[in-house]
Design a protein. Structure first.
Length: 374
């Protein structure tokens, strides 16, 4: 099982996964379309190999939606990590065809190829976004499934309530929570994981789905305004602009280092006990968005930059969601090793050598023009 294909492997997470696998004796091939939104502008009509991608990685430039390209990339491959996807909640709400084609159709094409050329293991990158709101408890400790509607949000009432208006307490979200798909992106990620598990079972290909929470670290696409919130905030701070925060900034998220994500992915691949299951991969800790904005300002050497609270709502956003990682811990020994402070220090060291084009205002204006913010 030493010959690995990473679909979408030249991006942020994929490049770290490639390095992790190489360090453990695997041979790695990457299939990636090097999309400009992630990798920057094209050079001489084509795309340049990312400088951060390990020299020992074999790079094939191509689209996961092209069956011939995928079948060629699978030649001699023992196992596959499927990371190829268009990423971004807000953008997915107006680029419906692009997200559905890239994520859903791309997965279907890959699986069609695997049906003809089976491998020994398939791991697919899913997302915490498919949960919608995380898990909540009421005052008695009972579990409540909560959701906010536009009428509530229009009144700037940010916290979810119980069926009778009662206060709720957010709790770690386990894999057993039912999906509540609040964006096209979330729907596409749910489709990706279900397709992989379903078709994998049908064709005898062991498959595992990993629901990544908010991933951060070196090589994140700083000029992509639809990437992870930490990278967006870093881009703003590096350009001496305040991070823009929706709602009141008290919403809570789970931020996990890309190094922990890469290690968890390898461990899941190597574990027979993980076959046919889904797993949360996060830090198991929750931080408010305001806390994160201040931490990234300090890490980038701009501690005086305070976040700007917009008091606006973005369609598809949720209030609180952070991971219960018990299943991954007990099944294949995953344990987060990188603390947030250490991870931010590592990211800051990389940021000192990086350049970021701040496109947040442009992206925000696009959402406003389409009525996707309130």
């Amino acid at each position: 099982m030493k010959n690995i294909l990473i679909a979408g492997g030249a991006g942020f997470i994929g490049s770290h996964l490639a390095s992790e696998l190489l360090c453990h004796g695997y041979r790695v091939r990457v299939l990636d379309n090097l999309t400009p939104q992630v990798h920057g502008t094209q050079i001489d009509g084509g795309q340049r190999r990312p400088t951060y991608l390990d020299d020992d990685v074999e790079l094939r430039v191509g689209d996961v939606r092209d069956l011939a390209t995928v079948r060629d990339a699978l030649d001699g491959i023992d196992g596959v990590f499927h990371l190829a996807a268009a990423v971004g909640v807000g953008q997915s709400m107006y680029q419906l065809e692009h997200y559905t084609s890239t994520n859903n159709v791309g997965t279907a094409v890959l699986l069609e190829a695997l049906a003809r050329q089976p491998v020994k293991k398939l791991v697919v990158a899913s997302s915490m976004s498919l949960y919608g709101e995380g898990l909540y408890h009421d005052e008695t400790g009972a579990t409540v499934i909560a959701r906010r509607d536009r009428e509530q949000l229009a009144q700037r009432d940010w916290e979810p309530h119980g069926p009778n208006g009662e206060s709720l307490t957010p709790a770690p979200t386990p894999e057993s929570k039912s999906p509540d798909l609040s964006s096209v992106y979330a729907l596409s990620k749910f489709d990706q994981e279900r397709l992989c598990l379903m078709v994998g079972e049908a064709y005898g290909i062991p498959a595992t789905a990993l629901r990544f929470f908010n991933v951060y670290g070196p090589y994140q696409a700083l000029s992509n305004p639809y990437t992870g919130v930490l990278a967006i905030f870093a881009s703003r701070c590096l350009n001496d602009s305040p991070p823009l925060i929706f709602e009141d900034g008290e919403q809570r998220r789970d931020f996990v280092s890309v190094r922990d994500i890469a290690r968890a992915s390898r461990l899941a691949y190597e574990s027979d006990a993980a076959d046919g299951q889904v797993f949360n991969i996060g830090s198991g800790q929750a931080f408010t968005i305001c806390e994160i904005a201040r931490k990234i300002a300090a890490a980038t050497g701009k501690p005086g930059i305070e976040p700007e609270i917009t008091g606006r709502y973005r369609v598809g956003d949720i209030r609180h969601c952070f991971a219960d990682i018990t299943r991954a811990r007990e099944t294949f020994g995953y344990e987060p090793e990188v603390t947030l402070d250490d991870g931010l220090a590592e990211m800051a060291a990389w940021l000192a050598t990086a350049q970021a084009v701040d496109r947040v205002a442009e992206a925000s204006a696009e959402l406003v023009s389409r009525g996707l913010t309130l």
